[in-house]
Write a protein of this length. Structure first.
Length: 278
């Protein structure tokens, strides 16, 4: 039961973060907001490594090849992918951006099929449900909403690139090190851009992004702990429900969640579960 509870808690954290981004980005630009988020999140994971007494040993044992992979994964996930995701939330809302971006396991399955020449029937069925879901979620809207949907889908693609690299990195580093180092890398990459453009957030944005960092550390670490005490199938299934939970937070931030969007979200979630867990 502990593993299942941790998996549901991680799903709750991922869902609430979408709403936090929506509110926080009202008071600052995406680049500055992302810098605050990744920097504070990196600090959280470094505290975990320091508390476990593993930081110095990991730094000594990490070679250049691993650092190159960490940089590539970080850029795909937290620099390009996450900023596309935040822009998608700003343009088309939590209700649409979260379920569309949550389809990244489908792209992971696609890259796996391309690399290894094998695709399972459940992946095909899951893909069909996801395509139907995106069609339902994508209601008529203006150019900004359409761009948001494109950005959410693109975020899923970039996250899938990162996950393929992370799968390899887990053979060499613990989860908190992979997360902490990648967030630190993106923080460092962002600094030159901020030096040129300027730091454009106020205290309200800083407050919301700080909250996002705390939720992100808690959610990701809960997910890792869940995997350590329960089966990967159970944890993946339970944590995949976060787009459905996100609809509640979409309502809280005063978005209109239609029956069509909700049913599409459920279909996308079922499709992801089929891809990941069957």
């Amino acid at each position: 039961m502990i593993g299942e509870a941790l998996a549901i808690f991680s799903a709750f954290c991922w869902a609430v973060n979408g709403a936090i981004y929506k509110v926080g980005l009202r008071y600052g630009d995406i680049l500055s907001a992302n810098f605050v988020r990744v920097t504070l999140t990196a600090f959280g994971f470094f505290l975990i490594m320091f508390g476990k007494g593993e930081l110095v040993g990991i730094l000594k044992e990490t070679d250049l090849r691993i650092w190159i992979l960490l940089v590539a994964s970080a850029v795909f996930a937290f620099f390009v992918g996450d900023m596309l995701y935040m822009d998608a939330i700003r343009r088309c809302g939590v209700a649409r951006a979260v379920p569309i971006s949550s389809t990244y396991p489908l792209f992971v399955a696609l890259w796996t099929a391309i690399l290894f020449g094998k695709i399972e029937p459940n992946v095909i069925l899951g893909a069909m449900l996801i395509v139907l879901a995106i069609h339902m979620i994508t209601e008529d809207g203006g150019r900004s909403q359409l761009l948001g949907i494109v950005f959410a889908t693109s975020a899923a693609v970039f996250w899938s690139f990162s996950i393929m690299i992370v799968k390899h990195l887990t053979n060499y580093l613990p989860a908190e090190a992979i997360a902490g180092f990648r967030f630190t890398i993106v923080s460092a990459i962002t600094l030159p851009f901020l030096a040129k453009r300027g730091f454009k957030i106020n205290f309200k944005c800083f407050k919301w992004m700080s909250s996002s960092s705390a939720v992100l550390v808690a959610g990701n670490y809960a997910f890792v702990l869940a995997l350590s005490v329960s089966s990967a199938t159970k944890v993946s299934t339970l944590s995949s429900i976060y787009p459905i939970i996100a609809q509640l937070f979409a309502v809280i931030v005063k978005e209109k969640v239609t029956a069509k969007i909700f049913v599409g979200t459920v279909l996308a979630t079922v499709g992801v579960v089929l891809v990941v867990c069957v």
